[in-house]
Design a protein around this ligand. Structure first.
Ligand SMILES: Cc1cc2nc3c(=O)[nH]c(=O)nc-3n(C[C@H](O)[C@H](O)[C@H](O)COP(=O)(O)OP(=O)(O)OC[C@H]3O[C@@H](n4cnc5c(N)ncnc54)[C@H](O)[C@@H]3O)c2cc1C
Length: 498
């Protein structure tokens, strides 16, 4: 019987369980579906598509080396499968499990129904340490995840490829899928060879300074792994990464070993967060602490726009947002600060904040993104309610103002003492430091400390009224058994890592 491999967010041939299983079972065709309705969503963007497109072209090259081709189908996946069915008759479908946004979740449910109705066997394989539909976030899950990561892999038989007459060649992938507000000149490139080069440079060289560099705006891009987009689109498998990491750890010591352990803990968080969305797909739209949906929100589109376009008047926030526009990536701390300022300080609806940032991130991974946005907005069952102060962040992370001056050039003439809080500059000095009439850098729309205090009081008031008690660290820790390979930690302990 014909074996159809449906490539989703797993754009590689190595350590690819669906391709391995299909190759052992019969003639194979490999498809990727470009779904217009997916690419119309607010959380998707052309910058993500460009990364996917490069990865598809690379995947086609990998498949060609095996004697096959990648076929692209433009339209809904249901129509792609129907076309295959009508052309070739019954087939077996293979893909990885996907913990995606609500749209792909509903799509996959519809595909499962279609497969049942047409007696098509759809086999889905794991690509992360995620248990399908499981509610178990603690001990058993951690042990199971670590076992799964180290399970021996099946060797792929040389596939026999069948010709495919539906769809088009990968080279016909659209050059542009939608128009983004910002071009992204420093976007990371997609493709397997890019992933391999990043992994090599990280484990041989850059990784030594990983620990201690992640929060620093001028070091994170260089010393972080920068593998997030490759994990999100599967040009590199998590298990390949863990294997390579384990090999490197056996010979590492001192600073290197500490950094590698710290990196390993991030890979644990990767699955931990995705498991949250897998267990509760609705958290893309609904607050985890439901009563906090009563928090007042500011529906003022002008206010949303100043945050989106890096015009808030808080230099660290604007620098981080503009850096993100330009690179399609920013480090963890800046992501957390952008969410905190958007939802807590400016009171914007968290769903709008989440969708805008998702679209800006080339590495958009719904299972990490939505739980993180909820956590940074105070809406998750996290023991710590943290509201970021961008002035404090700037003092800690950019004391010389290098990051701010680079990304907020309107302020480049300002001496250090005024750079972080330019609204405090006396009027008689504005002209001297380039903040005269031609300079459009705005003052903040709200008083930061007052707004943050008000927000915290509103959260506490709802929690008291509704009798909500956030778990404290002690209670959480009692529930979590130590996993085999990486330290168990609560969500709030995770904040301390960055
Ligand atoms: C509001 C918010 C939204 C985020 N959205 C995403 C997202 O859409 N996609 C995404 O990959 N990461 C997201 N992160 C987590 C983190 O910021 C990025 O993974 C990291 O900055 C990517 O850079 P890197 O590959 O150099 O990471 P490294 O520090 O080298 O980490 C290695 C890998 O571990 C995973 N990882 C790292 N940090 C975390 C974390 N805190 N939680 C879960 N997994 C983690 C990622 O897969 C990452 O590639 C988000 C964080 C916040 C605060």
């Amino acid at each position: 019987m014909l074996q159809v491999v449906w490539f989703k967010r797993d754009l590689r041939t190595a350590d690819h369980a669906p391709l391995t299983a299909a190759s052992a079972a019969g003639p194979v065709i490999c498809i990727y579906v470009v779904e217009p309705n997916y690419w119309r969503l607010a959380d998707t963007s052309d910058r993500q598509w460009q990364f996917v497109r490069e990865s598809l072209l690379d995947l086609d090259t990998q498949l060609t080396a095996l004697g096959g081709r990648l076929t692209l189908y433009h339209g809904p996946t249901s129509l792609a499968l129907k076309a295959i069915y009508e052309t070739y008759g019954p087939f077996a479908l293979h893909s990885h499990e996907e913990t995606g946004n609500l749209w792909t979740y509903e799509r996959d449910r519809a595909i499962a129904r279609w497969c049942r109705q047409n007696r098509i066997g759809w086999q889905q394989y794991k690509q992360f340490g995620i248990q399908r539909g499981s509610q178990n976030q603690r001990g058993e899950w951690q042990q199971w995840r670590n076992q799964w990561l180290h399970e021996p892999r099946r060797v792929m038989a040389t596939p026999t490829f069948a010709p495919c007459s539906i769809g088009t060649a990968a080279a016909r992938a659209p050059a542009i899928i939608k128009h983004d507000t910002y071009s992204c000149p420093q976007r990371q490139r997609g493709g397997r060879s890019e992933a391999e080069a990043l992994l090599r440079s990280f484990l041989n060289q850059r990784g030594e300074h990983y620990r201690g560099s992640l929060s620093r705006t001028n070091r994170a891009a260089q010393f972080g792994s920068r593998l997030s987009a490759h994990l999100a689109y599967g040009t590199l498998s998590l298990r390949e990464l863990v294997d390579a990491l384990s090999r490197t750890q056996t010979t590492a010591s001192g600073r290197w070993l500490k950094s590698l352990r710290s990196f390993e803990s991030r890979l644990w968080w990767h699955c931990h967060f995705i498991q949250k969305l897998e267990s509760q797909p609705a958290i893309e739209r609904c607050a985890q602490i439901t009563p906090l949906e009563q928090l007042p929100v500011c529906e003022d589109y002008a206010r949303l726009a100043i945050w989106q376009h890096g015009q808030t008047g808080w230099p660290m926030v604007d620098a981080a947002m503009r850096y993100l526009h330009h690179h399609g990536w920013v480090n963890f701390r800046m992501r957390a600060m952008l969410v905190s300022v958007g939802t807590h300080t400016l009171g914007l609806p968290w769903q709008k904040v989440a969708a805008w940032l998702a679209g800006q991130f080339v590495d958009y991974e719904p299972g990490i993104h939505y739980p993180q946005v909820q956590m940074q907005s105070g809406l998750s069952w996290n023991p710590v309610l943290r509201i970021y102060n961008p002035t404090t962040q700037a003092r800690q992370l950019d004391p010389l103002g290098v990051f701010i001056r680079r990304w907020v050039p309107e302020l480049k003439e300002l001496p250090d003492e005024w750079l972080i809080e330019p609204w405090k500059l006396p009027n008689n000095l504005r002209q001297r430091y380039g903040l005269g009439t031609n300079n459009t850098y705005p003052n903040p729309v709200v008083d930061l400390e007052q707004a943050n205090r008000k927000r915290k009081a509103a959260i506490v008031a709802i929690e008291q009224r509704e009798g909500i008690a956030r778990p404290n660290d002690h209670r959480e820790r009692r529930h979590s058994l130590k996993p085999q390979a990486a330290p168990a930690a609560t969500d709030s302990q995770q904040l301390a890592l960055f």
